[in-house]
Design a protein around this ligand. Structure first.
Ligand code: ATP
Length: 233
């Protein structure tokens, strides 16, 4: 579904992605793990089109994506739940969800909203409240639900566990695992390597703008280098 080859990106004169190769097949959950500053967010922003690409290619569903503007990428089936959630705090929960469906004006919007509320009952309870009053975990659920309202074939998730208590992190990873049942392909970027690799089929390790390891998630979890560097074992 998604093919990235030799992807490069820079901030001004400083290159931070030095030729990334990765692929995500339809129906897979793939994770990119790496330390703070490795380039994970920059990578996702290149894929969603808000960060310029200085070399290489991004192909989504067989189409060259580099020249497709960010605002059109959702229409092609690619949605992002951004780092830091970026919800609209002054709008209600329901209004945030409706914004996720900005491309659509059909009856399915109400059905999708019902599905989102079934997935996250707490959002239904709080649908008419300002989103800024939600807890961090609830805001993360809202960010994911809002992205799903865009009916993506593939969802880019940027550090959904960031800043959340362990019990909430477990809930969020359960939600990610559940996306498989909705036939949504997932590219999950995480510092929480253990949590991410446990829900993923495959993983890539990103270090200072380069992929240094990749493989089946269970192989990466078992790899002594990963266990020492990322799992603290
Ligand atoms: P984090 O988990 O902190 O988000 P990350 O793996 O997502 O880390 P990026 O945020 O992609 O990493 O950052 C990759 C590199 O690019 C880092 O060296 C960072 O300092 C640098 N960088 C990120 N954003 C900018 C920016 N707007 N201007 C200049 N340099 C930046």
């Amino acid at each position: 579904m998604l093919e990235v080859e030799g992807l490069r990106s820079r901030y001004g004169r400083i290159e931070v992605l030095h030729g990334i190769d990765l692929s995500v097949a339809s129906g897979e959950i793939v994770t990119v793990v790496g330390a703070n500053g490795a380039g994970k967010t920059t990578l996702l922003r290149c894929l969603s089109g808000v960060q310029p690409v200085s070399g290489g290619s991004v192909t989504f569903r067989g189409e060259n994506f580099v020249s497709v503007p960010a605002w059109k990428r959702l229409g092609h089936g690619l949605a992002q739940s951004p780092e830091g959630r970026q919800i609209f705090t002054n709008l209600t929960v329901e209004e945030n969800l409706r914004l996720g469906a900005f491309l659509y004006a059909d009856d399915r919007v109400e059905k999708d909203m019902g599905d989102a509320f079934a997935m996250f009952p707490i959002l239904k309870e709080k649908r008419n409240l300002a989103a800024g009053g939600l807890s961090g975990g609830q805001q993360q659920m809202l960010a994911i639900a809002r992205a799903l309202m865009g009916r993506p074939a593939c969802l880019l998730l940027d550090e959904p566990s960031m800043g959340l208590a362990p019990i909430i992190v477990a809930q969020i990873f359960d939600v990610v695992r559940g996306l498989r049942d909705l036939a949504i392909t997932v590219l999950l970027v995480e510092q929480n390597a253990f949590g991410a690799l446990r829900v993923a089929d495959r993983g890539y390790v990103l270090e200072t703008g380069r992929v240094t390891m990749s493989g089946a998630a269970e192989e990466l979890i078992a790899d002594p280098r990963i266990r020492e560097a990322y799992l603290g074992i």
